[in-house]
Design a protein around this ligand. Sequence first.
Ligand SMILES: C=C(O[C@@H]1C=C(C(=O)O)C=C[C@H]1O)C(=O)O
Length: 357
Amino acid sequence: MGVPEQTVSRRGVAWFAGVEATGVVEVVDVRAQPERLTEPGWWAVVGDFEGSVRAWRFEAVGPAGPGDGRGWSGPSPTSWTSSLDRAEYVAAVGRVRDHIQEGDVYQANLCRVLSAPLPGEPDARALGALLGAGNPAPYAGGVQVPGEVWVVTASPELFLRVEGGVVTSGPIKGTAATPDAMTDKDRAENVMITDLVRNDLQRVCVPGTVEVTTLLGEERHPGLVHLVSTVQGVLTDEVAAAADLWTRLLDATYPPGSVSGAPKSSALDIIAALETTPRGPYCGAVGWIEVGADGSVRAELAVGIRTFWWADDVLRFGTGAGITWGSDPEGEWAETELKAARLVGLASGGGAGTMTD
Ligand SMILES: C=C(O[C@@H]1C=C(C(=O)O)C=C[C@H]1O)C(=O)O
């Protein structure tokens, strides 16, 4: 990995937002030991969609170089398989629409996980460099601690930023290949989730301070366009000063609304019933938390979409779409293909796409 052996710390690397960190000092379960994240330090964070959120404290933190993608040797483009194939995904979209008709939910984000065999722990930083060159993303980064975590993200979506006592979230809903292909259905999807995120943030913010500062902003990302809203609020003094700040923030907001659905609890039940494999870090949280010497907290956690993770000799990547009553099942399948094609192509050595049906 090009990481120097540390004497007191374990081997590991994390990179986010122009920072590269090496040498792992400790790992904590964020929800069970939130007070550990009030001590000064820089932490890399990875949360599974299913609920477990861990943070690794790093010893040495400095500016990140561009990295070198030449060390990456990915799976063959034809070796990927999907947890739900085209027919199964289309049928599951129909089931979500049945639930919408029944009044159980008005949106659910339905996902599938692509996997490909990749024996031997690969070099996460090398994949990060490759994606950085071929698919730049605002929340790009990654964490590799051998035997503990291996995640590389090209996420375009902000889950939580905390800075100066203000919490910000940037829910994305609405995906199209070009701006003119964005429909009323995409706008409706976004508004539903923006409202949900407002409600989530309200639980930890001073009443009246939660605002939608951008509604339905259009953002271009490599190969696609998204609708992005921004919601922010002022943390209550009690929450901002709490030793269990991170438990409170996560209890209010986790898992992210955009990759769950609305109402969130019903959407989570439907997802658990229809999806056939855990999402893991996909649709969870990936990013960093920095606690200053004065105890001040800065953090930026992305929604773990457009994200690769590796374990047990298998490389994985998730892709999904928000389903509403207005969904066309084949169109939603196509949207999941669009979200995966470029990144999976890059990780497969610039190969021919996802080839999952
Ligand atoms: C689930 C994914 O994306 C989510 C769904 C989106 C949508 O339906 O438009 C957009 C961004 C994400 O919140 C994914 O990229 O895999």
